[in-house]
Design a protein. Structure first.
Length: 83
């Protein structure tokens, strides 16, 4: 296996890991938002728009959490080059 194949495999594994982390974080955000009382903020909390808002909030929060986790692990791997 040459270096190009190894790099391609490494990038593929990294990409798949990033996708899994993002999906898990979105799921965790969805689960956490279930405890937030959005009824006080919304006119019709049972409407389709309210559920769509909850999905959008889950995606936004989950993606930000995933981006932090992914960046953190990337930064820690960069530190190995210092020592």
């Amino acid at each position: 296996m040459d270096i190009a194949d190894q790099m391609g495999t490494s990038m593929g594994i990294s990409g798949m890991l990033n996708i899994v982390v993002v999906i898990v974080c979105i799921g965790l955000a969805w689960w956490a938002l279930q405890e937030v009382k959005l009824e006080a903020l919304l006119k019709r909390p049972r409407s389709t728009q309210a559920k769509l808002l909850q999905i959008f909030l889950s995606v936004a929060l989950g993606y930000q959490l995933a981006r932090f986790i992914i960046d953190y692990f990337q930064w820690t791997t960069w530190l190995h080059g210092m020592f």
